[in-house]
Ligand binder design. Structure first.
Ligand code: SF4
Length: 338
C-alpha cells in the first residue's frame, strides 16, 4: 500500500490530527493520480459528485491499493455513475428520520435512547451513507439551540442513553465534545453515551490523550461504535487508537454495512471480525443497506446476507458474529435477520 508523506513540507514534525482533518482530498482527479487510475475506465458520476462530493482524509488513502478499481475501500469512496441509476424504491429518507426530529439536532426513535446529530459533517463521504441526503444545515444547532435538545432529554426520565452521531461527532474539537459530555452528565437519568464514529478508522490519530482523559473521567458509561466494513481499513494507527480508548474504560464495538463489491463474501466478513478482535473491538451489527437514493448498486439480498452470516456462525465463536439487522421506520428496535 502506498503511504503519502505525512510530514509538513519544510518540517520534521508530524501533522496534528486537526491539520490532517483539514487536509482532505476532494478533487477526484487528485485521488486518481495518487492511485494511478484513469477516470476513463470508471467515469465520475458528475451529478452524484455534485450532490455528495468526494471527501477522504489524505492519510486514509494510504489504505487503498493503487492501480486497481476493485479495491474495497475505493469502491466506498468513488462517486460513480452507478449512483445516478434511477431505482424507484430508493428514496432520500428511507428511515423517515424527519418524523422523529422533535427539535433541531435530536432524533427520538426509541423509548430509552435519543440521538444527537452532534456534528454537521464527517471526515469522509461514504457513498452508501443513509444520511447522504440528510438536512445537516437544518440540524446544526448553535449552543443555545442545543438547550431545547437537552430540555427534551431532561424532561423524559425514560431516556437513559444518548447517541452522539452526525455527521461524525469526533470531527468536533475536544472542547466541543467535552461540552456535550458535561451537559449530558448533568442530567441524572442519563447513564450511557454512545459515540458513533468512523474517525477511529479513517483518521485514528484523532483519538488523542486529551479526548481519552476526558472520556475516562466521565461519570457516564462510554460506548464507542466504530464503523469498518473491510479488514483493509484497520491499521497500526487504528490499533493504537483502540488501545488508548480501551485503557480509558471505553467499550469498543463495530458496526458494518454489507455492501456488494466491498464485503459480500463470508471470507471477507470473517477476516473483518478477526481483524477487529485483534484490535480489541467486537463486531456488533452488520446492517443490510438502507434503500437510500443513489445506492442501489450496493444492495445485497437478505437471503444472501443470511447465508453469509450462517457461514460466519459455522466458522467463528458467537462473539465474533455480528447481528444482521435492518432499521425499519416506526419499529421499537432494529429488525434482526440473523
Ligand atoms: S462517516 Fe458515517 S455519517 Fe459520515 S458519510 Fe460515512 S457513513 Fe455517513
Amino acid at each position: 500500500m502506498r503511504s503519502p508523506s505525512l510530514t509538513i513540507i519544510g518540517s520534521d514534525v508530524p501533522p496534528s490530527w486537526q491539520q490532517m482533518l483539514s487536509d482532505l482530498i476532494t478533487d477526484p482527479q487528485e485521488l486518481l493520480t495518487l492511485l494511478r487510475l484513469d477516470a476513463r475506465e470508471k467515469p465520475l458520476g458528475l451529478l452524484a459528485a455534485e450532490q455528495f462530493p468526494l471527501k477522504v482524509p489524505r492519510w486514509f488513502v494510504s489504505r487503498i491499493e493503487p492501480g486497481t478499481w476493485k479495491d474495497p475501500i475505493l469502491r466506498q469512496l468513488w462517486p460513480s455513475v452507478e449512483e445516478q441509476i434511477d431505482a424507484p424504491s430508493y428514496v432520500v429518507d428511507p428511515l423517515q428520520e424527519s418524523r422523529f426530529n422533535p427539535v433541531p439536532g435530536l432524533l427520538h426513535k426509541y423509548t430509552s435512547r435519543v440521538l444527537l446529530t452532534a456534528a454537521p459533517h464527517c471526515a469522509v463521504h461514504c457513498r452508501y451513507c443513509f444520511r447522504r441526503h440528510f438536512d445537516y444545515q437544518g440540524n446544526a444547532p448553535s449552543r443555545s439551540d442545543w438547550q431545547a435538545a437537552f430540555a427534551h432529554i431532561a424532561a423524559d426520565a425514560r431516556i437513559e442513553e444518548v447517541l452522539l452521531s452526525g455527521g461524525d461527532p469526533l470531527a468536533l474539537s475536544n472542547r466541543q465534545v467535552g461540552w456535550l459530555l458535561e451537559q449530558l452528565e448533568a442530567i441524572p437519568h442519563i447513564n450511557t453515551v454512545r459515540i458513533h464514529t468512523r474517525m477511529t478508522i479513517v483518521l485514528p490519530q484523532r483519538i488523542d490523550a486529551e479526548l481519552t482523559s476526558m472520556l475516562a473521567a466521565s461519570r457516564l458509561n462510554i460506548v464507542l461504535v466504530s464503523h469498518a466494513n473491510h479488514a483493509h481499513e484497520l491499521s497500526e494507527e487504528s490499533d493504537v487508537a483502540f488501545r488508548l480508548l480501551a485503557s480509558s474504560f471505553v467499550t469498543l464495538l463495530n458496526q458494518s454495512v454489507i455492501l456488494a463489491g466491498v464485503n459480500d463474501s463470508s471470507d471477507t466478513l470473517i477476516a473483518l471480525s478477526k481483524a477487529l478482535f485483534a484490535q480489541g473491538v467486537l463486531p456488533y451489527y452488520l446492517h443490510l443497506p438502507d434503500a437510500v437514493a443513489g445506492t442501489a448498486h450496493f444492495d445485497v439480498a437478505i437471503s444472501r446476507a443470511q447465508a453469509l452470516v450462517a457461514d460466519m456462525q459455522a466458522q467463528l465463536p458467537g462473539y465474533l458474529v455480528p447481528r444482521l439487522v435492518r432499521e425499519e421506520p416506526g419499529n421499537d428496535s432494529k429488525t434482526r435477520y440473523a
